[in-house]
Design a protein around this ligand. Structure first.
Ligand code: C2E
Ligand code: MG
Ligand code: MG
Ligand code: MG
Length: 292
């Protein structure tokens, strides 16, 4: 039916920009229903400790299964959700889902974390910000369990208001990751002012590690050095080959994610990545219960 829907859509295509406009309109108009009618879902991508290959976290990524247009990528609908304002309820839904899923997974591995992407629009007003904090509080998750991923362009604005909002998120227990680090317009100076917990190296800097040329790794080396100096965790994204994973580990990057290990998938399909932690799982908690 989905396939058919896509074909039907093509039939109406007069070709060129008019159909592109129709598609945009369909996506823009469908966003409210997407949330209401359960067409949105989260996919999870494991984040691994590169040395042990143990899963230490999951990034939650939004997916939209449109009734007639099929699977829509985030990049094709998030801009509309941002301009139309739906990103606020959608983002809250995503955070709530990811928190509930993490509560489940933490029963097995209490150290597991989840990363949730945040739109700048979600930080534009204090009421929306407070709702995010309340979702985390209601989940009962420990501080640091949930990391919000922000793009560095957001941090160009180093106003007291923005600093206050970041501080509020940290105080509520969120970790703050800078997504796609290194490709934005910001300067390194913001790392001094913002309470950042993680830098996510953009895959544009991971890709060149495929070649064994020393200067190709200079940017990754620099980011790892900055992270180390400031006590900020560094996570590499877009790892597609063993060579890239090996180079990253050599360069001192501890954690990474990418198609090499796992693609983003529904929770049930990545579930096997969550292994009992040292002090987690029934086997580890049972003795304590019986000795008390
Ligand atoms: P991002 O947060 O930088 O997410 C990483 C993107 O890289 C994801 O694309 C992921 O599927 C993809 N990826 C993962 N491993 C590999 C790899 O090895 N190679 C390559 N080529 N790509 C890889 P996706 O899922 O299409 O998401 C795109 C962007 O949409 C995200 O970039 C994020 O900025 C945004 N996004 C996703 N979910 C949400 C959300 O819930 N809220 C908001 N505001 N933005 C979201
Ligand atoms: Mg991200
Ligand atoms: Mg990213
Ligand atoms: Mg990226």
């Amino acid at each position: 039916a989905k396939q058919q829907g896509r074909n039907c859509f093509r039939v109406h295509r007069p070709g060129g920009s008019e159909s592109a406009q129709q598609r945009r309109q369909a996506l823009r108009g469908g966003l409210a229903a997407a949330l209401r009618e359960g067409q949105l879902a989260l996919a999870y991508q494991p984040q691994l400790d590169l040395a042990s290959r143990r899963c230490v976290g999951m990034e939650a990524l939004l997916r939209w299964q449109h009734p007639t247009l099929g699977a829509i990528r985030p990049m094709d609908f998030i801009p509309f959700a941002e301009s139309g304002g739906q990103i606020v309820p959608i983002g809250e839904w995503a955070l709530q889902q990811a928190c509930a899923q993490l509560v489940q997974w933490r029963r097995r591995d209490p150290r597991l974390r989840v990363g949730v992407n945040l739109s700048p629009v979600q930080l534009a007003d204090d009421a929306a910000l407070e709702r995010l904090c309340n979702i985390l509080a209601d989940s009962g998750l420990a501080a640091g369990a949930v990391e919000l991923e922000l793009t560095e362009n957001l941090l160009v604005d180093r106003s007291p208001v923005m600093l206050g909002r970041m501080a509020r998120l940290r105080a509520a227990g969120f970790g703050l990751a800078i997504d796609d680090f290194g490709i934005g317009y910001s300067s390194l100076a913001y790392l001094d002012s913002f309470p950042v917990t993680t830098l996510k190296i953009d895959r544009a800097f991971v890709r060149p590690l495929q070649e064994q040329v020393a200067h190709r790794s200079a940017i990754v080396q620099a980011i790892v050095a900055v992270g180390r100096a400031l006590g900020i965790e560094v996570v590499a994204e877009g790892i597609e080959t063993e060579r890239q994973a090996g180079r990253l580990a050599q360069l001192g990057c501890r954690v990474g994610q990418g198609y090499l290990f796992a693609e983003p998938q529904p929770a049930a399909q990545v579930d096997h990545w969550v292994q009992p932690g040292p002090d987690g799982g029934p086997a580890a908690t049972a003795p304590g219960r019986f000795t008390s």
